[in-house]
Design a protein around this ligand. Sequence first.
Ligand SMILES: Cc1cc2ncn([C@H]3O[C@H](COP(=O)(O)O)[C@@H](O)[C@H]3O)c2cc1C
Ligand SMILES: O=C(O)c1cccnc1
Length: 334
Amino acid sequence: MTITPAHVQARLDSLAKPSGSLGRLEALAVELAMAQGTCTPLTRPRRLVLFAADHGVVAQGVTPWPQTVTTAMVATILSGRASSTALAAAHRVDVRVVDAGVAQPPPGPYPCHYRASPIAPGTADLATCRAMDEAQFDAAWALGSDEAEAAVSAGFRLLIAGEMGIGNTTASACLTHALTGVDAETATGTGAGAAPAMRAHKRDIVDQAVARLGGARDKAALAAIAGFEIVAMAGFYASGAAAGMVLLLDGYVSTAAALIAEALAPGTARSMIAGHRSAEPGHGAALAQLGLTPILDWQMRLGEGTGALTALPLLDSAAALLCDVATLAEVVGQ
Ligand SMILES: Cc1cc2ncn([C@H]3O[C@H](COP(=O)(O)O)[C@@H](O)[C@H]3O)c2cc1C
Ligand SMILES: O=C(O)c1cccnc1
């Protein structure tokens, strides 16, 4: 049976509580039920797949951090001592780490939850040429899709995509500018800490890269301004949604991937829930384009899946409400 928001609301109204008394948690329960297509949605077991890759556009001075920080952070994530892995452990989230194109991967030996499938050692510089060609786009998409299918086969019910890639907020700003229509000024934020002059330069790079597409928004155009980890996340979302998973989105980079997924696999957004609104100024417009209302607005701006992981306990609460509460009829014998 296909459920509607009215079905879920009727279920909530039948529970042993006054109608509407759980406020916004009830709206989240409706959203979760609709995303999973059932009045008794499950948020466990859940998996975070962290996709990592490098970006040729760092040569333009769009981020204060060197590319070696991608390598260092992948190593930190693998050691379990990153912000993302600490939150994942706190909330019992299974973690996988996928190298989709890190320029200098950390030295092994690698744990079994690490997958080395680099498309190339970083994208080309989107300011001077196409970031990737269509074959690379397809390979990155297939990598993410394969990760989603593996998670489905392993029995996971809720998926989070996280990312690590110095320079990736520039690609995300290009994608958001191209796919939502917000201007480059709004789409371009400070990322991992760009000072005002660097942010203005980043905005000009974004503006020019999208202008060069001349209005094209097809796969070839998106490949010119994307990143390997971002396209892999898009493939992950599209295949996860097709298999009935709930997709809990993270911040600006994750939502740029979601915009690609919805553009190339329409309907994917129906499975998405927005964990938070990032401090990046274009994030609100990107979420609005997907028809999503963020759970949290906590000025977070890290990525790695941290915003989604912080919102996750609220989704657990929404699921518990729908699955574990007695009905009023059971309690008062009506
Ligand atoms: C130590 C560190 C840890 C991070 N974890 C996520 N990001 C975040 O910042 C990067 C994007 O910002 P930009 O485009 O300005 O380079 C990505 O790696 C993103 O995941 C980090 C950034 C740093 C520096
Ligand atoms: O919102 C995000 O995803 C984000 C913001 C800043 C840096 N990295 C990621």
